[in-house]
Design a protein around this ligand. Structure first.
Ligand SMILES: Cc1ncc(COP(=O)(O)O)c(C=O)c1O
Length: 446
């Protein structure tokens, strides 16, 4: 157990939280920000600058959460602030064709290898639902395959086994128990979903032999980012590419988390695998709400106006202010050395944390590399999939550890299912602050 030290005054955060509960469900707008995760109640953040944030009581933190990964440039990057102010003064959005969306799309295509065309949405969830609709229209098939423990947004059919559960509830790996993540979804919705374990080529071959012919798509996070940070085994994504091609299912890479993070072109560039469709969000908008669907021209062109079109409307699609930010953000990311630095800072943080755990004899691993990683309190040397996460990871201990860090000036979600994010604003000094805080928080662990 972490010794409960409460050195930081949270009076104002607590007052705001009490007030919030009169007007907002659980006092927040997404359960992952609320009291279910932050046991002392959420910390109200009021200001950010670079890699730092300040809460309502004036406490300062180094932020390693970076708005669920959206803030790849950190907080209030001067170029982005200028871009937004100038664009806003000209009018935020016209819902008409604009040069802003064309410039953003050109940058996007330059960076993402598979993007013959791109369509902008407002969130990652919108992007994945559009990707699935496109895949169905292209193949004329209804079903799709999703993997256990993968999260693709809150659209009905994706909400199957996206949360962790006690291992005894998961059923046999060849025939996983199907556990909806939400009430309010008709059970029949899940008839169209084939569920499979991830990172296991044999299991994949088996399930595609049975169902491959009826699948419109296989959707995958190329690195599992919603059970912490779980890397694909060597060759797994490549084999997935071959097998989907063989059975005529489209391969959708959900790069909402990984896009623009590991390489300019995301995981598809990093692992050199070309999906048919890919989806983006988070880091694309550097803090502005945006998503994108990209892929083969012949697939995306199905949205062209015609009797047989795939429909995708949206008042805010290609929002002008957001498109200006996307362009400025992608220009910043395209600068030489950006990704080398992101990887170097992230790897230094990982190495520092590993050393802390080694020194303290703490049974914990740090998994991932460079710009994104997660800590697992476990006896295992690595976590390879959802089931191992559910069975071998001590998420309560992680939460206690992170609450210890929050008291020591490190801002991070206590939810083990998320992940640590390195932005271009993070420095060696931030890594030192993290390692020092981790050292102290570890001393409090039994
Ligand atoms: C892999 C993945 N896909 C899709 C989404 C949904 O994106 P959004 O929250 O922008 O709707 C998320 C959100 O965390 C995600 O992690």
């Amino acid at each position: 157990m972490t010794q409960t030290i409460q050195t930081r005054n949270r009076t104002h955060s607590q007052e705001w939280f009490e007030r919030a509960q009169q007007s907002l469900v659980e006092g927040v707008n997404s359960p992952s920000r609320g009291a279910a995760v932050y046991t002392r109640g959420p910390i109200m953040l009021e200001r950010g600058d670079g890699s730092h944030v300040w809460d309502a009581d004036g406490n300062q933190y180094v932020d390693f959460m970076m708005s669920f990964g959206a803030l790849i440039q950190g907080h209030a990057h001067p170029t982005l602030v200028k871009t937004v102010c100038e664009a806003m003064a000209e009018g935020s959005h016209f819902a008409a064709a604009t040069s802003a969306e064309i410039e953003a799309a050109e940058r996007f295509r330059r960076m993402v290898p598979s993007a013959e065309l791109v369509r902008f949405t407002n969130t990652g969830s919108e992007a994945t639902m559009l990707a699935l609709r496109l895949a169905r229209a292209r193949t004329g098939r209804r079903k799709f395959l999703k993997f256990e423990g993968h999260y693709h947004g809150w659209y009905d059919p994706f909400l199957l086994n996206a949360h962790s559960h006690p291992p005894e509830q998961l059923g046999p790996v060849e025939n996983p128990e199907r556990i909806p993540d939400s009430e309010g979804i008709p059970a029949s919705t899940f008839d169209e979903v084939v569920l499979a374990p991830w990172n296991d080529v044999n299991a994949l071959e088996r399930v595609l032999q049975l169902h491959g012919h009826e699948l419109a798509a296989v959707i995958t996070e190329p690195i599992m980012a919603n059970m912490g940070c779980i890397l694909p085994r060597d060759g797994y994504l490549q084999r997935l590419r071959e097998l989907t091609r063989d059975c005529g299912a489209l391969l959708i890479f959900d790069e909402v988390v990984t896009g623009f993070r590991y390489a300019p072109g995301g995981c598809q560039e990093y692992y050199d695998v070309k999906p048919d469709i890919s989806t983006f969000g988070k880091a694309l908008g550097a803090g502005f709400p945006v998503g994108a669907v990209a892929g083969l021209r012949s697939i995306l062109e199905r949205m062209q106006w015609s009797e047989n079109m795939v429909l995708h409307y949206g008042t805010f699609n290609g929002h002008r202010l957001t498109m200006k930010v996307v362009t400025a953000n992608l220009d910043l990311l395209a600068a030489p050395d950006t990704y080398r630095k992101l990887h170097a800072v992230g790897n230094a943080a990982i190495a520092g944390l590993r050393e802390v755990f080694r020194r303290h004899g703490t049974k914990a691993i740090v998994q991932g590399f460079g710009p994104m990683f997660q800590i697992y309190f476990t006896d295992r040397e690595a976590i390879h999939n959802y089931r191992e996460y559910c069975e071998f990871v001590d998420a309560k201990r992680y939460s206690q550890f992170v609450h210890g860090l929050l008291e020591r000036g490190i801002y991070m979600t206590p939810s083990n299912g998320l992940h640590w994010i390195i932005s271009t604003a993070h420095t060696d000094a931030d890594v030192e602050a993290l390692v020092d805080a981790a050292d102290q928080a570890c001393s409090g662990l039994s």
